[in-house]
Design a protein around this ligand. Structure first.
Ligand SMILES: [Zn+2]
Ligand SMILES: [Zn+2]
Length: 204
């Protein structure tokens, strides 16, 4: 700190010399202050001022004026780096949280759409069931009060029963099934008749 000196006698810091700082920003040695300390008037600008002794444990804001600017810049860079790495960590977390939020929101929308779709389908099924129940109630009014069983030919059985009966039947029957082979078809009947006729004519 080669620039620190008494603003009156220009004495620098050395053993036996103590410096004081005024509130107006001037410095004086203990030798020059003398009466100035009592009057609390600056020896340079003559303004009323308060005076404090420069000591190692003075306030940080006062110490900053006596610190090498290179050290202040170096410290500021360290502070900047320290705050930057913590800020980056927080931003990374916030970005991940935002990404998770949007993913969850999309999933929620998908589930909501699916739920609405299934709700709509459920309504349709309920409507179908209601119609079927109405049909059954209507058909039960037309049945005999003597509890006569419904004949298969009558058209008063519920449509779903008819459809279930129809579905139990074989979908397709080939002419080569054992049951069908015993049937006397018109073609087979005519062949049989011609065979019988030839046998009868031979007997004659
Ligand atoms: Zn002095
Ligand atoms: Zn002054």
């Amino acid at each position: 700190m080669d620039w620190i000196h008494c603003n009156k006698c220009f004495a620098q810091l050395e053993p036996g010399i103590t410096l004081h700082l005024t509130s107006c920003g001037h410095m004086f040695c203990n030798n020059c202050l003398g009466n100035g300390l009592k009057e609390s008037t600056c020896l340079v600008c003559r303004m009323p001022c308060s005076i404090m002794k420069l000591v190692p444990d003075m306030k940080q804001e006062i110490q900053d004026y006596f610190t090498d600017p290179e050290e202040i810049i170096k410290k500021t860079c360290e502070v900047l780096q320290f705050q930057r790495q913590h800020r980056r960590r927080l931003i990374s977390y916030l970005l991940q949280s935002t990404k998770k939020f949007y993913t969850a929101r999309n999933e929620l929308k998908r589930m909501t759409d699916l739920c609405q779709q299934q709700h709509k389908q459920l309504k349709e099924y309920q409507k179908i069931i209601k119609n079927l129940e109405a049909q059954l109630a209507n058909q039960s009014k037309h049945t005999s009060p003597f509890n006569i069983p419904i004949s298969p030919g009558s058209n008063i059985s519920p449509s779903f029963i008819q459809s279930s009966v129809a579905s139990k039947r074989p979908a397709k029957s080939t002419p080569y099934t054992p049951y069908q082979s015993n049937l006397v078809t018109p073609t087979r009947l005519s062949k049989q008749r011609s065979a019988n006729f030839s046998a009868h004519s031979q007997m004659i």
